[in-house]
Design a protein around this ligand. Structure first.
Ligand SMILES: C[S@@+](CC[C@H](N)C(=O)[O-])C[C@H]1O[C@@H](n2cnc3c(N)ncnc32)[C@H](O)[C@@H]1O
Length: 331
């Protein structure tokens, strides 16, 4: 094919010029010839030495595991277009019909995403007080502990033993951005600490509670890893701690049951403090039910609430959303 031949020292300048002119042929490796570099071009270019040469075609790396997975054609439309990545572990949700091809799907993910070392399928919904799910090993290392990076912090965790969702990273950053320096924060359902360790960068003190001993073990490790010395990990039921702290900001990241802990949250926030409440709501009316519960608990306690912000955090199920409500408590 047609090529432009230039001395090595002019290679980069020439490459830029050819890209600018839109004549650099895509999908080929440039070629070295002694002290010269040859660029494949789609048409003659004025001002350059033109030669004829053969070029090696570059292999296009697949972007998705769906391009390389070996499953029958008929079921390909069922392949999920996305999956969660926590550290170097991938967790995919497969419909029943795809479970028998789990290994092939796992292998394809490993092939395309070189940084992923283990692939698991979701084996159940998030369940129980600890909010964990069963996982089914599909391919790669049979290991569930990993190191995840998010919002500039490092979190060690075991995906089989604790709750963790990388899909909440943006929401956590949003809460971080609304926080003020020097606050006392009360993270009621802390898990391995993605809120607590992040907020510790601004806060004076963060009380971080969880019922799951594994979550607290990893939280303690993450406090060390990130030198977040102002985080106080507390193992136990948050009901025993609530009311004993007075916080500027309370985080209630237990969307399934947060409404049951509103009393504890309001008793733990100072006058004028803010609560970040999470829940699930149907698309047609995301917030009303939660607002009503918040107002009812405030009334019972003789407090007032001021709603500051309401938002969808992420889709949860068909026509259901994980929602957030930020409100101020006036005592
Ligand atoms: C949805 S997870 C959220 C974890 C963490 N905030 C995150 O963003 O990854 C809820 C956490 O609350 C903990 N939990 C549930 N009930 C609790 C209770 N009564 N007291 C303290 N922690 C509780 C669970 O063990 C779980 O780790």
């Amino acid at each position: 094919m047609l090529a432009v031949r230039v001395p090595k020292c002019e290679a980069e300048k020439t490459r830029r010029k050819l890209v600018e002119l839109g004549v650099l042929a895509k999908g080929y490796a440039v070629k070295r010839e002694g002290e010269f570099i040859l660029f494949p071009v789609t048409e003659p270019v004025e001002g350059f030495e033109l030669v004829e040469a053969e070029f090696k075609k570059l292999e296009r790396r697949p972007h998705s595991y769906r391009e390389v997975v070996e499953v029958p054609e008929g079921i390909k439309p069922l392949l999920p277009s996305s999956f969660d990545i926590i550290g170097d572990i991938a967790i995919i949700e497969l419909p029943e019909e795809l479970m028998e091809y789990g290994r092939a799907i796992g292998e394809a993910i490993l092939k395309v995403h070189r940084h992923i070392k283990a692939v698991f399928a979701k084996g159940s919904k998030v369940e129980g007080e600890y909010r964990v799910r069963e996982l089914i090993h599909l391919a790669g290392e049979n290991r569930t502990e990993t190191l995840h990076r998010e919002n500039g912090i490092r979190l060690r965790l075991d995906v089989a033993k604790v709750y963790f969702s990388p899909r909440l990273a943006t929401e956590r950053m949003r809460v971080f951005e609304t926080a003020q320096p020097g606050e006392v924060v009360f993270d009621m359902f802390a898990g391995v600490g993605p809120y607590a360790v992040l907020l510790a960068k601004k806060a004076k003190l963060v009380f971080a509670v969880d019922l799951n001993p594994w979550a607290i073990k990893y939280l303690e490790e993450n406090v060390r890893l990130n030198k977040a010395r102002n985080v106080v990990p507390i193992l136990g039921d948050v009901r025993k701690v609530a009311g004993k702290v007075t916080a500027d900001r309370v985080i209630m990241n237990l969307p399934k049951f947060a409404d049951r802990f509103l009393r504890e949250a309001m008793l733990s926030v100072k006058d004028g403090g803010v609560i970040h409440y999470y829940g699930f709501g149907p698309e047609e009316d995301l917030y009303s039910e939660h607002e009503a519960k918040i107002k009812a608990v405030a009334r019972e306690l003789g407090f007032k609430v001021e709603f500051l912000d309401e938002r969808r955090v992420r889709p949860y199920a068909p026509r259901q959303f994980n929602i957030a409500i930020d409100f101020r408590v006036l005592k």
